[in-house]
Design a protein around this ligand. Sequence first.
Ligand code: ADP
Ligand code: MG
Length: 260
Amino acid sequence: MELVLEGVSKAYGTQMALDGVSFSVHPGEVVALVGPNGSGKSSLIKAIATIHTTTGGTVSIDGRDVRAIDPIELAMLLGYVPQGFSYTLYSTVFETVLMGRRRYIKWSVSDEELSRVQRALDALEMGQHAAKFMDELSGGERQKVFIARALAQEPRIFLFDEPTSALDIRYQIEVMETMRRITREQNSSMIVAVHDLNLAYRYADAVVVLNRGKMVGYGKPCDVLTPDCIRSVYGVDSFAVENEYGKFIVPFRARESSGI
Ligand code: ADP
Ligand code: MG
């Protein structure tokens, strides 16, 4: 499915959190959203998920304005994992992931649905925790449960708001790798807000750089995530190193006054 954002703006009172953001996401593509705290990443994801009403512009899926799509259909198309997820203390890991299938379940849960849930948990290496209660998990494990829930839902577009923030370095890589593989295999799309520029660099087909609500960069990671861009957006000096494993960004110094 083709997701197109045209001039998307969002104001909270007089503050512009998003100001005329336009880009598109093609099937099979992973798009990383990067930018400093408060730059509008979550607001953008919420605008796509219609959690927020926008103040300008349009978001469309295959040419249909998301606001005109039936909410139940939209909930099937989009797999949204918010930044601050909430969970029910008294549900198990398995039940939480099963909730991702609620749009598909009629009166009783079929074996097929149960095995879908189990597969999603296994993909995140959470299968062995299925019977645990949500409050018996670490923060990172809980984060993986919510990713598994989005996976079980089998949406056309994944919307992940900092999905790896609570994960250790091994799982940051594994989750990004797994999600990129699944996105490509299913020919779905993934929009993911991340802080780690190296994760964006490595796993995204395109990067959208936000700064104070404006899109200040958009394109291939190697073209966009340059030391100049990082300096002007984050006020941080960095350099890139390249070796047989790829190209890496090394931020090393905060400039005295950020934003230049
Ligand atoms: P990011 O996810 O990039 O950190 P956000 O999209 O959460 O940024 O926030 C962008 C700006 O909008 C910030 O300045 C933030 O304070 C403001 N903002 C976010 N949500 C609200 C809200 N519900 N009400 C008022 N201001 C908000
Ligand atoms: Mg955010």
